[in-house]
Ligand binder design. Sequence first.
Ligand code: FAD
Length: 489
Amino acid sequence: MSSTKPATDPLLSQLRSVLPESCIVSEPASMKPYECDGLSGYRQMPRVVVLPETVEQVQAVMKLCQQTGTPVVPRGAGTSLSGGATPHKDGVVLSVARLNKILHIDAQNRNATVQPGVRNLQISDAVQHLGLYYAPDPSSQIACTIGGNVAENAGGVHCLKYGLTVHNILQVKMVSLSGELVSFGSTALDSPGYDLLALMMGSEGMLGLVVEVVVRLLPQPSVARVLMAAFDDIEKAGNAVATVIASGIIPGGFEMMDKAAIQAAEAFVNVGYPTDAAAILLCELDGTEEDVIAQIEKVEILLAASGATDIRLASDENERVQFWSGRKNAFPAMGRISPDYYCMDGTIPRKEIGNVLTRISRLSEKYGLRVANVFHAGDGNLHPMILYDANEPGEFVKAEEFGGEILDLCVAVGGTITGEHGVGLEKIDRMCVQFDTPSLAQFRAVRKAFDPQGLLNPDKAVPTLARCAEFNAMHVHHGELPHPDLERF
Ligand SMILES: Cc1cc2nc3c(=O)[nH]c(=O)nc-3n(C[C@H](O)[C@H](O)[C@H](O)COP(=O)(O)OP(=O)(O)OC[C@H]3O[C@@H](n4cnc5c(N)ncnc54)[C@H](O)[C@@H]3O)c2cc1C
């Protein structure tokens, strides 16, 4: 809790000079919903929450924060799983919830201009009648905002074929800490100057406040069919993913669930998943009728040769939706088998999937915590869900240590500590494992160029060199090396 009493806080009267009262939330009870994001193990009451309704109001708030040295934590829907939107105790939470309009749809040029608080799914819904859609589809797409997607470079099932957020955004307008409105990118094919648009993707609210986004729209594929393949061995399933993609076929979605995830999802949605399988793959093929039929034949052969014990093709659209509904409901399904879960996010080369999943199950025994895996296999983007009970003293800390070892393992096999959820608070120490000192120094220099005072989302994503030195000293001394190839600097 902030030590400052909201009623006497001078910042409040300053905010009232630039915002209507209806845009300011300062009562502790009303601020409670903002105390955490999707990483609910970390909570912090903010000093105040503001909900500007215009870009000019955002500019005024940012300028005021710069002048008063007040930290600013941007917030979309608060679904971040890495603590990116966790408040700062002395800071303002700047929510874009009221900047939620689709400003313009340009069907001819296949793009849409939207405000940052527009929900991801809202965009596809708005252009469906034009035969278009916005491809990146995080599982949280019903709630998460496009501003949050830009800030986390969000991914989803379709990203294997159609790219992450970074590949589907044409232009971003942002408000800097000094209150200036700046624009990066263009609707033209190329734009001169440094590629600062790309820099905004995954910037985690530390470079500026995104206030407008031009997204790329794609034509809806005319046909989509999904295959479900069961395996009696998780390594075989992992190798099958690498084999299919190595053959040159890029599925519209390629997802994997292990036994724990299959059983939880099946109990929740009852869609006919094989509950005795060690793993299932869901492989969606989309495009023209002719292409899809040819690809299905080829993928069936490859899956069978990789050891699939059962392969089913969804017979119609209804069954296709059913096959996917288990996957899409896997997160809430965990609530049926565990009071809490901690969802990790790391990326590895596809060929390492089997190896890494086997090692994760060994770590599960070491920590005495169950784990369920449901993830974007085609991208090698793992989402181990560590099951724990927050009411059991010490279990969350144990889950975090387990998660940390998984991330170390990802780095050791040539992968990264995040695939789509960002670094936030959660993985800040693992940045010290992923990057060497000179690289981290460059990250800090970039951040400083945008925000010399370090007020935008402080203490997230980019660790100080001192923090890394301390972490590495403790890590090497106490931590057991999770992989024989792992080296630390
Ligand atoms: C059940 C569940 C499933 C999920 N599945 C996926 C998935 O499949 N793929 C995936 O990528 N993610 C997934 N996520 C994570 C999350 O939904 C994404 O990271 C999403 O992009 C966050 O959007 P948000 O609007 O909720 O942002 P928030 O959580 O509010 O904020 C996230 C970060 O963005 C910053 N930010 C927010 N808005 C702005 C802005 N306008 N300008 C600048 N910075 C801003 C915040 O400061 C913070 O650092 C999932 C989360 C949940 C709870």
